[in-house]
Design a protein around this ligand. Structure first.
Ligand code: E4P
Length: 214
């Protein structure tokens, strides 16, 4: 299971990278805007320096020519940039072109298994099903992951399944059990994966017992 952080906050990325468990970063236009990043190129250069693994940079354009222009520019920033493309008709066309050119893609805003099949057929490197947003509208997000894992296995698609829109640690655990390839999580959820009250209680006791014996 690869662990990605879902943020454009450089301090959070640095901190998560320092744990030695971080495989990549995903961003989106909302996350970039939240941090007030105006110089997009400089921000991605910085992120790519911190994390040598995959860094997803999303296009803003929604027409084929625009997506291609933006995606080619983004892909030039660093060798580990993966161009994030929305799962729309123009996006699929662009993913096919990028795939033919050897540019890696992360197809985002996937909410159905049929969309995931089309992304794989277009040559996507990564598919990003959004599970939290499905849960938010009372549809079981994890069921989508189960279906995509099964379908990709049926046909031997090499597109990696990145579980996105993760809200809590059980989304991560269930994704591991289902055999998804990547989970991207906010910094807060990465922290929650580490924490356990029995670890804290146990450590406190070890240290106090040790001190009593000094
Ligand atoms: C990741 O690639 C997505 O942009 C992100 O996980 C979306 O998460 P959200 O539904 O919490 O905004």
């Amino acid at each position: 299971m690869k662990i990605f952080i879902d943020t454009a906050n450089l301090n959070e990325i640095r901190e998560a990278a320092s744990y030695g468990i971080l495989d990549g970063v995903t961003t989106n236009p909302s996350l970039m805007a939240k941090e007030g990043h105006k110089d997009i190129r400089k921000t991605y250069e910085e992120i790519c320096k911190i994390v040598p693994g995959s860094v997803s940079a999303e296009v803003i354009a929604t027409d084929y020519e625009g997506i291609i222009k933006e995606g080619r520019e983004l892909s030039q920033i660093a060798p580990n940039i993966v161009v994030k493309v929305p799962l729309i008709r123009e996006g699929l066309k662009a993913v096919r072109t990028f795939s033919d050119e050897g540019i890696k893609t992360n197809v985002t805003l996937c909410f159905s298994p049929s969309q995931a099949v089309l992304a794989a057929k277009a040559g996507a490197t990564i598919i990003s099903p959004f599970i939290g947003r499905l849960d938010d509208i009372s549809q079981p997000g994890m069921m989508l992951i189960e279906q995509i894992v099964q379908i990709y296995s049926n046909y031997g698609y090499s597109t990696e399944i990145l579980v996105a829109s993760i809200r809590h640690p059980m989304h991560f655990v269930e994704s591991c059990l289902l055999g998804a390839d990547i989970c991207t999580m906010p910094f807060k959820v990465i922290q929650q994966l580490v924490n356990h009250p029995l670890t804290d209680i146990g450590l406190e006791k070890f240290i106090s017992d040790w001190k009593k014996n000094q």
